[in-house]
Every structure is written in structure tokens, then in C-alpha cells.
Design a protein around this ligand. Structure first.
Ligand code: SF4
Length: 216
């Protein structure tokens, strides 16, 4: 079990599945950079992170629910958790949590986002001691969503991501950049300098060397 002070945000899992260096730049080097995508994403999350709740028939909708798993060492805020009353079950039975993660853009499958959603499910299972078999991804631009089943493969990938993120942060070593198609949609590209810092130098070290040499 992880102590409260060592919990990592759910976004660290999204980062580490997308790019280990991105996770290290955020969590070890404390480097942050917004782009249009992240700014729009924050705006969308700000709207759904306001804590409130409502009921619609057999579904209770809770926004801005704080989550954590001491087993995996992660914490965060769920955009939306729907609590579904199983068909034909008495009202006294626990309602089944169904996390919904909001993303900007159009409907698409991205493993890093589905790991983040599955991590929310694992938090809910630990907190509420109920099974959370599936959830959904909602995309703001297309205003559509699809269901995600938390099968053994996705659960294992999520647990592995949590373990890897903790190992990376504990080791405190930023992995080298590998320049590929991910970099073009990464908000950290201008600070990561994937072409210039490839080979394992940290951004801080690269900038220090540039200052010493007088090169841009
Ligand atoms: S720019 Fe590329 S190498 Fe650098 S953090 Fe982003 S995805 Fe990773």
C-alpha cells in the first residue's frame, strides 16, 4: 500500500502509456506546457469537475468525484461516475458504478485514455468494494461516447502503467527522447526538444549546455 503522500495523479498513467519521457518531464522535471489541445481539455474538465449530482431514472450521475487507490498509488477526480441500478434488482442492492471520462476532439480509441478510465474503475472497486466491469469515453467535439470493457488485458496494462510510473519517479531519471509521430501531438514538444535531446540528456541539461556554448 502506498502512503497518501506518494500517490500519483491518474494523468501520470495517461502520460506513461503515451510516452515515458512525457511522464518524466511532468513528474520529475516539473515541466508543463499548454497547447490548444490541453487548454481545450482543461476547459472541458473544469466544466465536469464541479462537484454535483443528479438522478435520471435508474441512473444517478455524480460529477467531480475524488478517487484514489492506495494499492496502485494513484489519485484523481472522475469527470463523471454514473451509478446504474441493475435491471430487476431491489433498490437496496448497491448501484453499479460506471465511470465516464471526457476528452476533447472526435471519437477515437487511444490506449492511454482507456488506461486512465480503467484506473478510475480500479479506484472505485477499491473504495466501494463493488465490481466495475465497464465505463465509457465521451468525446466533446463529436458529442458521442463508446463503452470500454475493463477486461483482464486492460486491467493488467493499467496496473503495469501504475507500477512503471512509480518506478520512473522513484528512479528520478528522464528517459531519452525518441522522435516519432507522437511528438507532433504532444504539448511538451517545444520544451522536450525530441530531436535535440535524443540520447538521454534532460531538458535542463540541454539548456544549460546551450547557455554555456552560446548556441540557441
Ligand atoms: S515530444 Fe515526443 S519524446 Fe518528447 S515527451 Fe512528447 S512524445 Fe515524448
Amino acid at each position: 500500500m502506498f502512503p497518501e503522500d506518494d500517490l500519483l495523479p491518474l494523468s501520470a498513467l495517461t502520460d506513461i502509456v503515451f510516452c515515458e519521457r512525457r511522464c518524466a518531464l511532468h513528474r520529475i522535471e516539473q515541466i508543463w506546457q499548454e497547447n490548444v489541445a490541453t487548454t481545450e481539455g482543461h476547459h472541458l474538465h473544469d466544466k465536469v469537475h464541479e462537484p454535483d449530482s443528479e438522478s435520471r431514472g435508474n441512473v444517478r450521475i455524480v460529477r467531480g468525484l475524488r478517487l484514489r487507490s492506495l494499492r496502485l498509488g494513484i489519485t484523481g477526480i472522475a469527470d463523471v461516475v454514473e451509478f446504474h441500478r441493475p435491471e430487476g434488482e431491489p433498490a437496496s442492492k448497491p448501484w453499479r458504478p460506471f465511470p465516464v471520462e471526457y476528452k476533447r476532439g472526435v471519437l477515437r480509441h487511444e490506449l492511454s485514455f482507456e488506461v486512465q478510465l480503467c484506473a478510475q474503475a480500479l479506484c472505485l472497486e477499491e473504495m466501494l468494494n463493488v465490481a466495475v466491469p465497464c465505463g465509457a469515453m465521451f468525446y466533446g467535439l463529436s458529442r458521442r461516447r463508446f463503452d470500454v470493457t475493463f477486461d483482464d488485458t486492460l486491467r493488467a496494462r493499467t496496473e503495469q502503467a501504475a507500477q512503471r510510473a512509480h518506478s520512473l519517479v522513484e528512479a528520478g531519471i528522464t528517459p531519452p527522447a525518441v522522435y516519432d509521430e507522437r511528438c507532433d501531438k504532444c504539448s511538451l514538444k517545444e520544451l522536450c526538444l525530441p530531436k535535440e535531446t535524443g540520447g538521454g540528456r534532460s531538458v535542463a541539461r540541454y539548456l544549460e549546455e546551450c547557455l554555456k556554448s552560446g548556441e540557441p
